[in-house]
Design a protein around this ligand. Sequence first.
Ligand SMILES: NC(=O)c1ccc[n+]([C@@H]2O[C@H](COP(=O)([O-])OP(=O)(O)OC[C@H]3O[C@@H](n4cnc5c(N)ncnc54)[C@H](OP(=O)(O)O)[C@@H]3O)[C@@H](O)[C@H]2O)c1
Length: 170
Amino acid sequence: MNIVIVCCDKNGAIGKNGGIPWTLRSDMKHFKKKTTHEICVMGRKTYESLPTPKLPKRKKIVLSKNKEFSAGESEVYFDFYTFMRYFDPKGKDMYFIGGEEIYRMAIPICDKMFFTEVDAVIQDADAHFPEIDWSEWELVKEKKYEVLYKGDFCFNQYPFSIKEYNRKKI
Ligand SMILES: NC(=O)c1ccc[n+]([C@@H]2O[C@H](COP(=O)([O-])OP(=O)(O)OC[C@H]3O[C@@H](n4cnc5c(N)ncnc54)[C@H](OP(=O)(O)O)[C@@H]3O)[C@@H](O)[C@H]2O)c1
């Protein structure tokens, strides 16, 4: 199945200055649990923003239009539609993990979405999740998280909610 996985603020912001503008460790755990042993498809900018080692135990596909670009052990495709046509996921789930440019192309071909909504508004965000027609999606699960600090250690900086949506059958 093709699946979108994203974390947005209340205005759909997903990124700022090439990174993710919050610390939400419970959401990172959720991301890891869902995507481990599956396939992660991402844009070149998101790939470059990831810490090393980059998403261990996952097959990684990176999209770039730059024919000179290589990404270590990850496979690179130079065109989204060529990728969709020729890549064989061999029965695994394909998670489209961002950023904005990749979500724009992937949402129409996805049937499930893990949408984390952060109860915050990030000022001067420069990457956003595309507008969604929510009438096409059915909420099937939701789990809420509160702010959490362990001593001085920030575990979850803001309250948030992980929502699971399925595309409605027509
Ligand atoms: N909150 C979240 O859930 C989340 C998730 C992921 C990322 N992010 C954030 O989002 C931001 C990055 O998003 P972004 O939209 O700027 O970049 P992006 O989508 O990660 O990557 C964009 C790059 O993808 C390549 N690309 C785009 N369309 C393509 C196509 N049709 N065929 C082949 N390659 C294509 C191009 O690479 P070349 O320039 O090399 O040609 C383009 O510059 C960062 O701040 C990141 O931290 C947030």
